[in-house]
Design a binder for this molecule. Structure first.
Ligand SMILES: [Zn+2]
Length: 340
């Protein structure tokens, strides 16, 4: 395979704190000879794990970008045991535009493992796949529902096959300390950042922290606390790990949505009306939403009925809906033991 065209100003083998960038070559209508700069920081101090934190894979998800920028600015070598690599915004052009996808239409979270010979998103994915993931013990990719979806705030993981890897992921997921955690399947294609990091055997955690195009102060606090506690749990940040018990909080709710029927898709295009709210219990077959037809005022709305019983944990945030859009996600309560 060709050498990566992506360059880094950071020497990942050097101790101490470095703040710089990755440079991905690109050529556009407005700028023939240019590059996309990906902000990056590396803080290394002695022996310990290497952990990669990524934000802004999707440009309309500011939670992780803000938390990672704060962390990158504040963290000092004395706070670190091992090596902490922070990429606060992997899709800066999408972040500026506040869109999920890159201006090219690429979804970086469908570009993995990537290719050094592909378009810029695949080149960046390939750099993570072949250069950064191999350095790491753990990877945390911070997402939210973006503009299109509202989620309960949670940390999440896939049910990877390897039981040792999975057990380490469960504990790292719980270390986020959120009220909810989520076990999911890919319903909209593969090629995710986490897919490739999991394939390489890493401890891989994602998040969906709210969404709907707006971030509350509470969500920023949840993100900052969860990320810090996750990093202390892994040992890459110094300091005591907090538990929900030590914080005086009730046990977290773990939800799993491992069947396609848990993800309710719009049967036709229309104006979506949700009939349920996040955190609400529903029964299988319950009417959870309706699609209205602004061009057919005499027509009864189309029904969306829950494909499974459980807790509503995702609701579409953009009312204007196309056939096939996911409008309501339902997860079933499970225990930590169920995941091992
Ligand atoms: Zn995302």
């Amino acid at each position: 395979m060709s050498e990566s065209p992506v360059a880094s100003t950071i020497d990942f083998d050097r101790p101490g704190k470095q703040v710089g960038r990755l440079r991905v070559p690109r050529s556009t209508n407005d700028s023939g000879w240019s590059s996309v700069f990906i902000p990056a920081a590396c803080v290394a101090n002695g022996s310990g794990p290497t952990v990669l934190v990524t934000g802004g894979v999707h440009g309309d998800e500011p939670e992780g970008q803000v938390a990672a920028l704060n962390l990158a600015r504040e963290v000092q070598p004395a706070d670190v045991r091992g090596r902490l690599i922070i990429l606060p915004c992997l899709s800066p052009e999408a972040s500026r535009a506040y869109t999920r996808l890159w201006p090219s239409g690429a979804n970086l979270n469908r570009s993995f493992p990537g290719s050094p010979d592909g378009p810029p998103d695949e080149q960046l994915a390939d750099y993570l796949t072949r250069t950064l993931f191999p350095l790491c013990d753990a990877v945390c990719d911070i997402h939210s529902g973006g503009r299109s979806t509202m989620h309960l705030p949670w940390s999440e993981m896939h049910m990877v096959e390897d039981r040792t890897q999975r057990a380490a992921m469960v504990d790292a997921m719980l270390a986020w300390g959120t009220d909810y955690h989520f076990i999911y399947i890919n319903i909209a294609g593969g090629g995710l950042l986490v897919d490739e990091a999991e394939r390489q055997g890493k401890i891989v955690i994602g998040t969906e922290l709210g969404g709907g195009g707006h971030v509350t102060a509470e969500i920023h606090r949840v993100t900052k606390h969860g990320l810090g506690n996750f990093l202390r749990h892994l040992g890459v940040l110094t300091g005591a790990v907090e538990t929900r018990v030590s914080r005086g909080l009730p046990e977290a709710v773990i939800l799993k949505a491992l069947e396609m029927r848990d993800y309710n898709l719009a049967p036709e295009s229309g104006l979506f009306e949700t009939l349920v709210d996040l955190g609400q219990d529903v029964t299988a077959g319950q009417l959870v939403g309706r699609l209205h037809f602004i061009e057919r005022p005499e027509r009864a709305p189309a029904e969306v009925r829950a494909g499974s019983a459980g807790v509503v944990c995702g609701v579409r945030a953009i009312a204007s809906t196309q056939q096939g859009d996911c409008v309501v996600v339902v997860g079933q309560r499970c225990s930590r033991a169920d995941l091992l």
